[in-house]
Design a binder for this molecule. Structure first.
Ligand SMILES: [Zn+2]
Length: 420
């Protein structure tokens, strides 16, 4: 190998990985958890390939990785990096010019550029196909959730959902509960039978709530992105929910009890209106529907709007890469109490960059006071970190965001003194 060739490869090896990726014409990677992630041009997958620019490292979960942009390009194009010709071709792609001493003819340059253009078009077409497939799947799920919501009936005080909330909480604020609906009999699907068909495990009454993209708009059309279903069994106090077990094999019924709440469609980026008017100054809510109503009963502020986020992740939003700690008691990671950088409060009240619909539960601009309800029944350290992150995500000048917890060992319904 001549000195000039050695220098040429050395220069290519010193190039940036992200720059080499772009020079090769591969479809852009997306940023996730501080890395660039996407399908591997050689091996496919969804997130098989990653570049950690900070560590100057690339990795393909199918084939391994390294630090060299030349090695990366060789892998992605199926070159054999131990062959001199392949190595030089990869280095040429990284640097976007020919090896020294081997002036490319016009025809060769055109062929190289065309090959890069073909790769780019192929990668882009594959990325588009994947994205539209994912969009179509998400849209089908949303349409199903919308159908469940549209079929459900408004509650009127003499229905299973009203009876359920009254049994759980003692009183039932019917006048404020226009957001909630019920279905007298809805199927609980779980698993598949021996022919791969969905299995109807249970059918019974359920409380139905809509998951909305924008709480200030009506619960219809594309504002409904999902629905929340709570199956009810009034004969099973105090929780009044059916006991469901997965069917194993022919006629089993063993294993852990299944969740009797389900969300269909999309919950991330959505909000579940529970009680009252979202145009109010004061909002109260947490993960679940029942806790929100119980805390609302406790606070005695009938003017408040009660919401549910569906889960803690949707309330807290994406986490910063820093600030994770390991719980010395459990050895598990506690998620960061800090919002991802572009999710923090902004002084100008403008929409936060990177926090589009879809990232976390939305809060209407005019809300001056928010009480976020903690839940004591899960891992307390992780819950506390996420509640803090939720608070930091949605607080801003002119708005007070308060965290509120039930007494140790109790949930909000017990605090309200309504449930055993
Ligand atoms: Zn690969």
């Amino acid at each position: 190998m001549t000195d000039s060739i050695r220098d040429f490869i050395g220069e290519a090896d010193a190039a940036s990985l992200a720059g080499a990726w772009a020079a090769a014409g591969f479809a852009p990677l997306r940023r996730a958890a501080g890395e660039l992630v996407g399908p591997c041009p050689a091996c496919g997958g969804e997130d098989r390939f990653s570049i950690a620019e900070g560590k100057r490292a690339w990795n393909c979960r199918g084939a391994g990785g390294g630090h060299s942009p030349v090695g990366m390009i060789a892998h992605c194009l199926g070159y054999d990096a131990s062959r001199r010709e392949d190595l030089l071709r990869a280095a040429e792609i990284v640097l976007g010019r020919d090896r020294p001493g081997a002036a490319e003819t016009e025809a060769e340059r055109l062929a190289r550029e065309q090959a890069a253009a073909v790769r780019r078009r192929k990668a882009e077409a594959a990325a588009r196909a994947r994205a539209s497939e994912a969009d179509a799947f998400r849209e089908r799920e949303r349409a199903k959730a919308r159908g469940i919501w549209q079929r459900a009936c408004p509650i009127d005080g003499a229905d299973p959902a009203s009876a359920y909330l009254e049994a759980r909480l003692g009183i039932f604020p019917l006048a404020a509960a226009w957001h909630l609906r019920f279905d007298p009999e809805i199927t609980y699907w779980h698993g598949t039978d021996e022919f791969g068909r969905p299995l109807a495990l249970h059918a019974g009454p359920a409380m139905i709530a809509a998951i909305l993209c924008d709480p200030m708009r009506d619960a219809d059309g594309d504002n409904v992105i999902g629905c929340h279903i709570t199956w009810i069994d009034l004969d099973r106090p105090p929780k009044c929910r059916p006991l469901l077990h997965a069917r194993s094999g022919a006629g089993g019924g063993d294993g852990d009890a299944l969740a009797t709440k389900k969300m269909r469609g999309t919950k991330k980026g959505g909000i579940i209106p529970v009680l009252g008017d979202p145009a109010r100054d004061l909002w109260i809510g947490g993960e679940g529907i029942e806790n929100g109503i119980a805390a609302w009963l406790l606070t005695g502020k009938p003017d408040a709007f009660v919401f549910a986020a569906g889960d803690l992740g949707n309330l807290a939003g994406p986490a910063a890469a820093h600030g994770r700690v390991k719980n010395p008691e459990t050895g598990k990671w506690i998620p960061s109490p800090w919002p991802r950088e572009d999710h923090g409060p902004r002084e100008d009240h403008g929409p936060r960059e990177g926090q589009g619909p879809g990232d976390a539960m939305p809060v209407a601009d005019g809300v001056r006071e928010i009480v976020l309800l903690g839940d004591a029944d899960s891992d307390p350290a992780a819950t506390a970190a996420q509640m803090l992150r939720a608070q930091r995500r949605i607080e801003r000048p002119g708005r007070v965001v308060q965290l509120s917890w039930p007494a140790l060992g109790m949930d909000w319904a017990q605090m309200a003194g309504r449930s055993e």
